[in-house]
Design a protein around this ligand. Structure first.
Ligand SMILES: [Cu+2]
Length: 148
């Protein structure tokens, strides 16, 4: 935890250096995306029987992955922001899915991760958004499917 905080401070210092050049210049983004760790976007079942999945955000306007599929039941969703300077969140679009999901991650600073838990029972697709970057197209979809 201490190490993480220290990294965040270092990263914040870096923002000052690159802040000007980095903004609005999407040109070279293809090659320098943060590496995706093993297991990101994979749904696994924890010891307590709850299905778990981790979605990552980074210094761009994408969820990694932007689609994942769960089975009806309890979902433990972790959103991990590995960005060094961008803040994100994850909110399920109200009224869009087959049932209401009363959970979301409202703020995730650089280096933070948060876990939410909620129930799904109706098959279908739940769109979600980073509300900070809706204009930049940061959307994703959680699919609920009977056979997982
Ligand atoms: Cu975002």
């Amino acid at each position: 935890m201490m190490a993480l905080r220290k990294m965040a401070v270092v990263a914040a210092a870096g923002v000052l250096l690159v802040g000007c050049g980095g903004n609005g210049n999407g040109g070279g983004n293809g090659g320098d995306a943060a590496p995706v760790p093993e297991g990101i976007g994979e749904v696994t079942v924890a010891a307590d029987g709850v299905q778990e999945v981790t979605v990552q955000t980074q210094d761009d306007y994408e969820f990694t992955p932007d689609r994942f599929t769960v089975a009806p039941g309890t979902v433990r969703l972790t959103v991990r922001n590995v960005a060094t300077h961008m803040t994100h969140n994850l909110e399920f679009d109200e009224g869009e899915g087959p049932e209401a999901i009363d959970a979301g991650v409202d703020f995730l600073g650089p280096g933070q991760e948060k876990t939410i838990e909620f129930e799904v029972s109706v098959p279908g697709e739940h769109p979600f958004t980073c509300t900070f970057h809706t204009a930049q197209g940061q959307f994703g979809t959680m699919i609920v499917r009977q056979d997982g």
